[in-house]
Design a protein around this ligand. Structure first.
Ligand code: CA
Length: 229
């Protein structure tokens, strides 16, 4: 398969040697530049000194665990981080995501899946810095916080806009329900159990039924558009 992806600079922080080497080898075979660290202190040092496109971070690490490393890193850096861990509870996933991880992969995973996730977080980060996203005939302007179709403004509530933003920035990926809930729950207040469904329904009414697809049991997705966007 031909790749138009530019070469990425990726740091792999993982103390299990076989696993780390497998990831590093796969990255290099895909023409990426791989840096590696076998403990948290060494990993944080590299993360702070090398310009990176992404970090693959194990949670259970000697010298400094992944959660603490992520907390430290986020004080100064927005580099995309994919947490990989054998810890598979929802609490672990939510904690890592709340601390600023961009994705979470439960071990065991295939290197192929990790590479796909890496491309996705890097693409998303590029979209994060974009001031607007075009989805077919809909333009979402993040700085003006407006949504237009064919240059006609479509009024959205703040909550609707936040959820649309979360879906649009992750377009081409299924966004889990809990991620959407956190995107619209700004103050930690108790949430209504079907709030996500209610807002999805309102967005479909305003923007068209076909924009947001439901993946039952997984979440919601804005499919990548052909051609543009
Ligand atoms: Ca480990």
């Amino acid at each position: 398969m031909a790749s138009i992806q530019t070469s990425l600079r990726v740091l792999v922080i993982e103390d299990e040697t076989a696993s780390r080497l497998a990831i590093v080898r796969a990255l290099r075979e895909s023409q990426h530049t791989a840096f590696e660290a076998a403990d948290g202190v060494a990993g944080l040092e590299i993360a702070k000194t090398e310009p990176l496109d992404a970090v693959v971070l194990d949670l259970m690490l000697p010298r400094m665990d992944g959660i603490r490393l992520l907390t430290e890193l986020r004080r100064t850096s927005r580099v995309p981080v994919i947490v990989v861990s054998a810890r598979r509870t929802e609490d672990d996933r939510v904690e890592a995501l709340d601390l600023g991880a961009d994705d979470y992969l439960t071990k065991p995973f295939t290197v192929r899946e990790l590479l796909a996730r890496l491309r996705a977080v890097v693409r998303r980060t590029e979209a994060d810095t974009a001031s607007a996203i075009t989805l077919g005939d809909i333009v979402i302007d993040f700085s003006a916080k407006t949504v237009c179709r064919n240059a006609t403004r479509i009024p959205l509530t703040a909550t609707e806009f936040e959820m649309l933003t979360a879906l649009a920035r992750h377009r081409g990926e299924v966004v889990p329900r809990d991620v959407l809930e956190r995107a619209i729950r700004q103050d930690g207040s108790a949430h209504v159990s079907n709030v996500v469904d209610v807002i999805i329904l309102r967005l479909r009414r305003k923007l068209g039924r076909e924009l947001i697809a439901t993946r039952r049991g997984q979440g919601f997705i804005i499919e990548l558009q052909d051609g543009r966007g």
